[in-house]
Design a protein around this ligand. Structure first.
Ligand SMILES: NC(=O)CC[C@H](N)C(=O)O
Length: 348
C-alpha cells in the first residue's frame, strides 16, 4: 500500500512506504556509507537536508545514543530502501518524516546525473501526491538560509576537559560533530567551544594555543563572522579546520568556494597526499568545495576521483585544514593522525 510520496525537481513523483509520518522539504542528498546511520543522522552538517541512504538497509544494528554526534537528528527527512523499526520509531519520536521501500538507486542516479536537487515528502495515511508537490514548490535553496549556523551551534562558551594539561583550543562551533571535540580531548586538549558568530575578542579572551573552525551545514559563505575571526587571527595563532572549516578558512584568506554537482558523501573517498604520494580512504560529507585556494593556502592533498582540494596547509603560518573528516565516525581511521598534527602544532 502506497502511503508516501516523494516529489523531486521536474515534478516527478516516487511512491514509497511511510515509516515516520509527516510532510517535509529540503535539498535531496545521498550517502554511499554502508555503516554509521546513527552518526550520519545526528551530524549537524546535514541540517535541513533530505538524506538518502544508498546502502539498502539501515537500522540493522539498532540505535544507541553513545554513537550520536549531537543531541538530535539533523536531516529534515530520511529515505532508504529498507528501514528497521528501531530507526523508524527513533525518527518518528523526533518528528522527522521517513520513507522506505523505494528504489534508492534510482534517486542516487537521478542526483548523480542531474545534480543536487530540491525535493518534497508527504508520508502517512492521508498523504497525497499534491502534498509532496506542494512541499517541493515551497522548498528554498540551501544557500538562501544565511543563519543556519544558529540552529546547530552552541548558545554560549562551553568548555570541554577544563583540567586538561594539553593545549587550549578555541573551537568555533559551526555545527561541530561531537567526535571532533572528543578527538582533541583524547589528546589532552582543553576545548573552548564558541558560537558560530563569535567575536575576535571572545576568542582572544580564551588566549588559545590554536583556533579550530568546525564542520557545519549549508553554504560556507553564510559563516562570514567565522571568516572575520580567521582573517583577524591568522599568523597570530595556529589555525586548523575540518570540512566547512577548510572552506571558511579558504574564503577568508583570498580563496573561493563553489557548489559541487552533487558532493562527496560516503566512507570510501580516496585522497592522495601530494607530498608523500600516499593514498588514504576517508569519510566525507560535503556539497561545496574550494574552487580556488587563493595565494596563502597550498593544496597538499587532493581527491583521487576528481582532484578537488582535500588538504590546504601553510607551514609558515601554522595552518592545516582538511575537506574530509579525519575523525571518521563513521568510516576508516586512516587519517586520525591529523589530530596528532593539530595538537603538536598547538603545542609548538
Ligand atoms: N560536513 C561539512 O562541514 C559540510 C560543509 C558544507 N556544508 C558543504 O556541504 O560542503
Amino acid at each position: 500500500m502506497t502511503d508516501a510520496f516523494v516529489a523531486i525537481e521536474g515534478d516527478r513523483i516516487i511512491e514509497a512506504r511511510a515509516r515516520s509520518p509527516g510532510t517535509t522539504r529540503g535539498e535531496l542528498v545521498f550517502t554511499t556509507a554502508y555503516t554509521g546511520y546513527e552518526e550520519s543522522l545526528t551530524d549537524p552538517s546535514y541540517e535541513e537536508q533530505l538524506l538518502t541512504f544508498s546502502y539498502p538497509l539501515i537500522g540493522n544494528y539498532g540505535v544507541r545514543e553513545e554513537r550520536f554526534e549531537s543531541d538530535r537528528v539533523h536531516p529534515r527527512g530520511v529515505l532508504a530502501r529498507e528501514m528497521t523499526e528501531d530507526v523508524a520509531s527513533w525518527l518518528d519520536g523526533e518528528d522527522v518524516p521517513a520513507v522506505d521501500h523505494l528504489d534508492t538507486r534510482d534517486i542516487v542516479t537521478e542526483i548523480r546525473d542531474e545534480g543536487a536537487m530540491r525535493a518534497g515528502i508527504a508520508a502517512g495515511p492521508d498523504a497525497t501526491r499534491e502534498d509532496a508537490l506542494e512541499q517541493l514548490d515551497q522548498c528554498e535553496h540551501m544557500s538562501d538560509h544565511t543563519e543556519i549556523g544558529a540552529q546547530v551551534s552552541v548558545d554560549g562558551p562551553t568548555v570541554h576537559n577544563e583540567a586538561g594539561d594539553g593545549p587550549r583550543v578555541a573551537l568555533v562551533d559551526c555545527g561541530a560533530k561531537g567526535s571532533i571535540i572528543d578527538s582533541l580531548v583524547e589528546r589532552d586538549a582543553t576545548v573552548h567551544a564558541l558560537p558560530y558568530d563569535t567575536s575576535v575578542s571572545d576568542i582572544e579572551a580564551v588566549d588559545p594555543d590554536l583556533l579550530f573552525i568546525s564542520n557545519g551545514p549549508g553554504d560556507p559563505e553564510n559563516f562570514e563572522r567565522a571568516g572575520e575571526v580567521v582573517d583577524s587571527l591568522v599568523g597570530e595563532v595556529p589555525l586548523a579546520g575540518i570540512c566547512l572549516g577548510q572552506q571558511v578558512v579558504a574564503n577568508a584568506l583570498g580563496g573561493r568556494t563553489e557548489k559541487m554537482e552533487f558532493g562527496h558523501r560516503g566512507v570510501n573517498q580516496p585522497v592522495r597526499d601530494l607530498r608523500s604520494g600516499r593514498v588514504v580512504m576517508t569519510t566525507q560529507n560535503h556539497g561545496y568545495t574550494v574552487a580556488d585556494p587563493g595565494d596563502t593556502l597550498h593544496v597538499t592533498q587532493v581527491n583521487v576521483n576528481d582532484d578537488t582540494p582535500e588538504g590546504l596547509d601553510n607551514d609558515d603560518l601554522d595552518i592545516i585544514t582538511r575537506q574530509y573528516h579525519p575523525e571518521a565516525n563513521p568510516g576508516p581511521h586512516d587519517s586520525l593522525s591529523f589530530f596528532d598534527d593539530v595538537v603538536a602544532m598547538a603545542e609548538d
